[in-house]
Every structure is written in structure tokens, then in C-alpha cells.
Design a protein around this ligand. Structure first.
Ligand code: FAD
Length: 431
């Protein structure tokens, strides 16, 4: 008889939840360890006037098949459409692109760039449109593209104007990065994002995670300090509990579902080469302010605006049924370093004045504000992802019992994170 296996997953974001749920479903004993007081990680749970809100990742694409299957497993959940309704300020003018269709999109591309830019964008777009795999970082096509062309940033493939007005809203939204800070090999992930349509859960993600915590043992307030190896393979984890005690827990295998920089720290002593590779993955900061107004600031036709300059990269309604709640996102080069509270208050004032100016409405009384800053909010990956993955695989072979999950493996969107967790669980049990 084989000995029953006990696994640990470190990190209670969507990557860790994907890994832990897959291990649980496959009949293994699994524990999820999370340093914070709640699950969800960068979904960023908070409250606004006592009502639960999400300050981080919340919009769920229609093509988020695995994440949606997990949500369905938790019971019947209502979604409301969110859309990727985006008006854009281009040279001080508001341009609205709400599901423009292919002809409308082509007109937009030609207006903002050369025919070569438009043709290139459509070519890459078609690659993603007709092959689902190209929405993820590990696809063969974008992997090869990255190996061949990632010596220069994405911005160098397109004209300056096109880069500023078409690429920037994509890269800032998904990676909090400028087009000169991401690479062609990751472009499929951004294009996959714009080719999807979005919903959000009417009651947010919290009830789903509460259900999950009833299925899989979760240890909150538990900070993992390091991975412990014995005779070259994973033997367990050293953890720091909330009361400061350090303990060792033995496991047959571990999934590190933490951001690359956090996994690098956990592995630095025991697998320095692997830790070094993970430490090279790029992350950029972001700040979100959710403001509730006495009356709607936006209308149902213009629900969000992407800005091409200034620290506020986007402002938009919290949901189609919450036109009085506005979520301001501060990301990109002009939003670094993270603001202190006084500076953030000025940024919100300026962004609000810009929105009111563009929509032509009066200033509206603010009722309450909730903010959250992340110093490493969004993953912007690194050049030649295929080479990076090959290196990771080689390093992982040298540490039996260890697998990795996270936003840096398949992409930063919630679906990619969840899938990376499922893949890690499969790889762990396959060994
Ligand atoms: C503002 C914002 C908006 C976004 N909007 C969207 C969106 O609408 N749709 C979308 O698809 N994506 C969105 N994203 C992206 C998405 O939210 C993230 O990529 C995703 O949540 C990351 O999940 P993760 O599990 O990989 O990492 P995380 O959510 O960061 O989870 C990692 C967890 O590990 C824990 N941890 C770290 N170190 C340790 C340790 N040593 N011991 C124990 N625990 C540890 C952390 O506390 C954390 O809970 C958004 C991101 C941000 C920041």
C-alpha cells in the first residue's frame, strides 16, 4: 500500500486556491497556508460603508472557463455584466469604444497609427482570436516570438502614437507597466484581455472563498519563512504563526503559490539558482481608490475612462448597477513611487476634476473613500518567457516535491493564476 500524501499550498490568492482545490479534488490531504487574515490575496477584499468590496482583481472574463467552473462548484452565483466599456482621453478628447466591432476597431487603429501598426495589431489579434492557447504566456507561438524578439520592448514594434494611445491602456491595465516595460512575447496575454467580455459576481468573490475554506483546511495568519529540504527533496515548511512562534510542519510536497519575488525569498537559501531566476520577474506598483458619491458621477453610456497621462490610469464605475461608486486606479510610470496619504488625496482630487471636466457635470459630494496600495501589484513578466520557463523546469527537477504557481507563469489575469495552480497540483502529484 502506498503511504497517503500530505501537501501544502503557500498563498491564499487565486493561484493557491486553484492548486489546493485541485489537490483536494484529486483526493489528497492538503493544507493552505496564508499570512494574511483573509484569503483572496490581490483580489483585495475591503469594505465601503460596511458593504464588502473588492479593491483588486474582480472582473471575470467569459473565457475564464476554469475559474468559472470553480465558482459554479461553490453553488449558484449571480453575475452581472461589467463589459470592457472604455472611453479614452486622447489629446484631451473623449473617444468611446464600446464593443465597436471589427470595422470600428480597425477605424480606431488607423486613426491612431500607421497602416503597418494596424496590420501588425490585427495579425497578432487574429493569432489570439483563433487559438485559445495564445491567451497564455506559455503558448508556442508567443513563446517563439519572445525568444526571437524580446531583446527590445513591445513599444519598439509600433509607432510612438500607436504605442501611447492603443498599447498603453492595455499594458497599464494588465501589468501597471508602460509599453516600453513589457515584451512582444507577452502581447498575447494583453490581446486576450481585450478580446474577452467581463462580468463580476453580484456578491463578490468572498462567499466563494468562504465555501472553499469549508472544503480545504486553511491556516490563516501563518507566514511561511522557508522551504525545508532533506536529502535534496522537500520535507516541509518552517512557518511563523501570528503569535511569533516558529514551527516546522512536514509535507510530502509543496506548491509555492506566492508572487515570484516572495517565492524567491522562500527558496533563496535552499535553491539559490531558482530563487535568483524568480527574483528577476518584474512587478509594478498600483494604488486603487474607491469613492462613493451622493449621486452617479458617470452615466450608463460612459462608464469608464482610460487616461493617457497623469498618475490616474483609469477611472470607472464599480459596477453597472453601482454608478455612484467610482474606482480610480493609479498605475504606470507617473504613479510611482507609491503615494503617501496626502499625495493620494491630491491625485484623487485631480482625477475627479478631470472626469467631471470631460463629462461636463458638476462636482458631486463624496460620501466615503477606501484605498489600497500594492508595491508589487501587477506582474509584468520578463523577456523570453519560454527560456525562463525552460530554466524553471530544469531547476524544479532538482528539487523533488516542489512546484510553483502564480501570475508570472501563464499571465496576470485571474484565470491564468487559477490555471497555474491547477497545473502545479497536477505536476506535483504526477511526480
Ligand atoms: C488593482 C488590481 C486589479 C486587478 N483587476 C483584475 C481583474 O479585474 N481581472 C483579472 O482577471 N485580474 C485582475 N487583476 C490581477 C489579479 O488580481 C492578480 O494577478 C491575482 O489576484 C494574483 O493572484 P495570485 O494568487 O497569483 O497572487 P496573490 O493574490 O498575491 O496571492 C498570493 C498570496 O500569498 C500570500 N503570501 C505571500 N507570501 C507569503 C508567505 N511567506 N507565507 C504565507 N503567505 C504568503 C499573500 O498574502 C497572498 O495572499 C488585478 C490586480 C490588481 C492589483
Amino acid at each position: 500500500m502506498s503511504t497517503p500524501q500530505k501537501f501544502a499550498v503557500v498563498g491564499g490568492g487565486l493561484s493557491g486556491i486553484g492548486a489546493a482545490f485541485a489537490l483536494h479534488r484529486a483526493g489528497h490531504t492538503v493544507e493552505l497556508l496564508e499570512q494574511d487574515s483573509t484569503l483572496g490575496g490581490r483580489c483585495g477584499f475591503g469594505t465601503l460603508g460596511g458593504t464588502p468590496i473588492m479593491l483588486g482583481g474582480k472582473n471575470i472574463g467569459r473565457r475564464y472557463h476554469e475559474l468559472r467552473a470553480f465558482i459554479t462548484a461553490s453553488g449558484e452565483r449571480a453575475y452581472e455584466p461589467f463589459g470592457i466599456n472604455s472611453s479614452q482621453v486622447v489629446d484631451g478628447r473623449l473617444v468611446t469604444l464600446d464593443n465597436p466591432g471589427i470595422a470600428g476597431f480597425l477605424r480606431h487603429l488607423l486613426r491612431t497609427g500607421s497602416p503597418i501598426d494596424a496590420a501588425r495589431m490585427l495579425y497578432y489579434g487574429a493569432r489570439v482570436r483563433f487559438d485559445e492557447r495564445n491567451r497564455y504566456l506559455d503558448s508556442d507561438y508567443f513563446g517563439r516570438l519572445g525568444t526571437a524578439e524580446d531583446s527590445a520592448a513591445l513599444s519598439t514594434r509600433f509607432g510612438h502614437e500607436f504605442s501611447r494611445t492603443v498599447l498603453r491602456p492595455l499594458t497599464v491595465r494588465l501589468n501597471a507597466a508602460e509599453p516600453d516595460e513589457v515584451y512582444p512575447g507577452a502581447f498575447g496575454v494583453s490581446l486576450g484581455m481585450v478580446q474577452d467580455r467581463y462580468d463580476q459576481l453580484v456578491d463578490g468573490m468572498q462567499p466563494v472563498l468562504d465555501w472553499f475554506a469549508g472544503q480545504v483546511p486553511v491556516r490563516l495568519h501563518t507566514r511561511v519563512e522557508r522551504v525545508v529540504l532533506r536529502e535534496g527533496r522537500v520535507a516541509g515548511l518552517e512557518t511563523m504563526e501570528n503569535d511569533g512562534r516558529t514551527t516546522f510542519s512536514g509535507y510530502d510536497g509543496v506548491v509555492l503559490a506566492t508572487p515570484a519575488h516572495a517565492s524567491a525569498r522562500l527558496l533563496g537559501e535552499v535553491a539559490p539558482a531558482l530563487g535568483k531566476m524568480l527574483g528577476e520577474v518584474t512587478y509594478y506598483p498600483s494604488t486603487v481608490a474607491v469613492v462613493q458619491y451622493a449621486r452617479p458621477l458617470f452615466s450608463s453610456t460612459v462608464r469608464s475612462i482610460a487616461f493617457d497621462s497623469g498618475p490616474c490610469s483609469a477611472a470607472g464605475v464599480y459596477g453597472v448597477n453601482d454608478l455612484d461608486i467610482v474606482r480610480y486606479t493609479f498605475s504606470g510610470r507617473e504613479a510611482r513611487p507609491l503615494p503617501d496619504p496626502a499625495q493620494l488625496a491630491r491625485w484623487v482630487d485631480d482625477a475627479e476634476a478631470k472626469v467631471c471636466g470631460l463629462l461636463g457635470g458638476p462636482t458631486i459630494e463624496r460620501l466615503r473613500t477606501e484605498t489600497r496600495s500594492w508595491s508589487a501589484a501587477h506582474c509584468a513578466y520578463l523577456p523570453d518567457h519560454a527560456g525562463f520557463r525552460a530554466g524553471l523546469r530544469e531547476q524544479l527537477r532538482a528539487v523533488p516535491g516542489l512546484q510553483l504557481a502564480g501570475d508570472y507563469l501563464l499571465g496576470a489575469q485571474l484565470e491564468a493564476c487559477y490555471r497555474s495552480g491547477v497545473d502545479a497540483a497536477r505536476a506535483l502529484t504526477a511526480r
